[in-house]
Design a protein around this ligand. Structure first.
Ligand SMILES: NC(=O)c1ccc[n+]([C@@H]2O[C@H](COP(=O)([O-])OP(=O)(O)OC[C@H]3O[C@@H](n4cnc5c(N)ncnc54)[C@H](OP(=O)(O)O)[C@@H]3O)[C@@H](O)[C@H]2O)c1
Length: 188
């Protein structure tokens, strides 16, 4: 498969790239390095990236910025950073990437455990993480029958089916990295 890996030089992206590169072609993406340079907060850069890379079988995102800080101290710009980068950056990866993805291709986005287990100072990050998760749930239902979404969970893999509309959801969350990864498949 040809896989676009955004955030390939990071802690998670590097591990994902190593795990996938033996069996797949990886196009590494980052703002400052990689096969393609693009900022996910810039929709025009994403359009150009997808035009260059198409067709591709999967898009995996392990990138996205959000600010940490006390609720009464976070600035407008710090809230906007998370909205533009981690939330809308990943939403736009799906929106703008749909046209070039192959049948049965997949998008994998990254949120974080702070969506469900907030700590002091995490209000902006918890907000965008929860937004990413809600987006994937909704975007997956929007796909044609046969699409699915995945979320990584600590003890293996839970699978839930909705036979009435032909869709399935699978969930897994690897705890050591304390993040969630969500995947939506495009129906073939
Ligand atoms: N590590 C954890 O334990 C953990 C826990 C929960 C959630 N997460 C989430 O997982 C994601 C990755 O975390 P990480 O720890 O692996 O981060 P990281 O080590 O800081 O790496 C981030 C990667 O993304 C790229 N990047 C950052 N902003 C970008 C942008 N706007 N457009 C394109 N590429 C961008 C960086 O490269 P350039 O600088 O070259 O762009 C780098 O390759 C983040 O969304 C983070 O919130 C991580």
């Amino acid at each position: 498969m040809k896989i676009i890996l955004v955030g390939a030089s990071g802690t998670i992206g590097n591990a994902v790239g190593q795990a996938l590169s033996e069996r797949h072609e990886i196009l590494r993406v980052g703002r400052s390095g990689g096969d393609i340079r693009a900022d996910i907060a810039d929709p025009d850069a994403l359009r150009a990236m997808f035009r260059t890379a198409a067709p591709y079988d999967a898009v995996v995102c392990a990138a996205g910025l959000a600010a940490f800080g006390e609720l009464d101290r976070l600035t407008d710009e710090e809230f906007q950073l998370g909205l533009s980068s981690k939330l809308m950056g990943q939403v736009n990866l799906v929106r703008l990437g749909l046209s070039g993805i192959t049948d049965a291709g997949s998008f994998t986005l990254t949120s974080g455990v702070l969506s469900q287990e907030p700590i002091p100072g995490s209000s902006a990050i918890s907000m965008v993480n929860a937004g990413v998760e809600a987006f994937v749930r909704a975007a997956a239902w929007r796909c044609r029958a046969g699409c699915a979404s995945t979320w990584c969970r600590r003890r293996g893999f839970a699978k839930r089916s909705r036979p009435w509309d032909g869709t399935h959801r699978r969930v897994c969350r690897p705890r050591p990295l304390r993040r969630h990864m969500w995947t939506a498949w495009k129906a073939g």
